[in-house]
Write a protein that binds this ligand. Sequence first.
Ligand code: HEM
Length: 499
Amino acid sequence: RLLSKPRVPKGELVHIFPYQNSLLKELGLRLPPGPSPKPIIGNALDMPKYFEWETYAKYAKQYGKHNNISSKESPFIFYLDVFGTPLVFLNSRRMVHELFERRSSNYSDRTTFPMVVDLMGFGWAMGFQRYGEWWRRHRRAMHNKFHPSAAEAYKSIQIKHTRDLLRRLHKAPEDFIKHIRHTAGAIIMEVVGYDIHIKSENDPYIHAAEEAMNAAGEAAAPGRFMVDMIPWMKYIPEWVPGASFKKQARIWRKYILDMADLPFEHVKAQMANGTAQPSFTSTHLERLAATNDAPADAEQVIKNTAAVIFAGGSDTTVKTLTTFVLAMVLFPDVQKKVQEELDAALGGVRLPEFEDMTALPYTIAAYKEAMRWHPLFPMGVAHAATQDDVIDGYFIPKGAIVFGNSWFLLREEADFGPDMEKFDPGRFMESGRRDPGQTGAFGYGRRVCPGRYMAENSLFIAVASILQNFDITPARDSSGKEVMPEYEWTSGFFSYVIA
Ligand code: HEM
């Protein structure tokens, strides 16, 4: 199953995959000099269940040393066999660039998701769709309204709701997460065209989106549900002992389908009676109505894309901002510096605008540092290989699920400077530093997050507005003493802070 002429590195094989041992002779390869690299992980049982990105990063370092790899970007690649499904983990920027960017036509597929798509009903979400024409149509519908200059159109919506956030924070600062969530939801709903429904923090659409996203977070982590490894299990009836995942999927499914259907139907009804505001959904639908030869499923593409924007666009921003708030508590000096910059630029007489960005490099660096310090998707979102491939002598079979270890990439000293655990926006003030948004925080290649321009705008205006007007400090106990928050990072598809 090997391609004709694999590229063979000069004595630099760092890790022989378990299955490669048997292929070495066939390839005419020899083991590199020095202690033989051992297979690190053999099967599903050895798979780290929690914070796997740290484990893989540790292996990468450990085996790099073991193999005397001097390069700053070791060609690290790990392989796991999970009941016959090959999982490949890329632990270097060079590898990620080579596969996801340069060979993107082969690494832009997704795997099947028996739990999330077949059972839970997430097939409408572009992020889970297989690479091909159906996905491309969704991606085009989104790109059309989210490329950098299209995202400009949303700035006034972002400003409006961020100002409202300041009022809410002023009134009840202790509910800051609730307010941030409300704001992110309000922005994305107005962009998509669902804004008419926001009546309270308990808005049913925001609630459905949160439930659905929490479900995705739980269910999409590799190895979380056996049915993803043994797909025929999806046919087991719900009453069979051990099939509780089916019941769980059924409960989640309602939220997931409602989330796509209900608000879309409502926008259509609003358009029919002339009360709809211009939005992603209404402008796409209007254009569709004016097209004579549109395919029959064109409306479904609009509905699906509106839903995925709604789904992907709020929780991601909320969780990144929550990480930022924690960082401000833990690193008060950074907070002071951002505030000094804001005061110098705005003179304390007006609120920040997007036009101020050029005068606020440290503020920009601060939100970028939040994406680097603790990326929301530490292992990105897995891509899949369409065809067999070989890289540096490693064979990657067709169908392999390929992860980029973004967490590790965002901790490369060569790219971001020293003291990786420190929240230090100052690192971006040095020349030659990489942008986290282009180093895995938004994923890779043709599947890179299409909402990234809008997301960065939301982060910037929120960070600038909040820190210009508030100090973020630890809470105080009854005697007035500051108490540092207890917090932990979740593990799974997303990793975010819970306090
Ligand atoms: C800080 C906020 C955000 C982060 C950290 C983030 C991160 C990501 C990542 C890591 C991926 C996977 C890329 C890959 O497969 O390599 C992704 C995909 C995606 N994101 Fe975002 N995202 C954010 C905000 C948003 C927003 C605001 C939207 C919508 C407006 C959005 C919509 C999507 C969609 C639709 C996909 C699927 C793309 C595809 O599979 O082709 N994201 N995002």
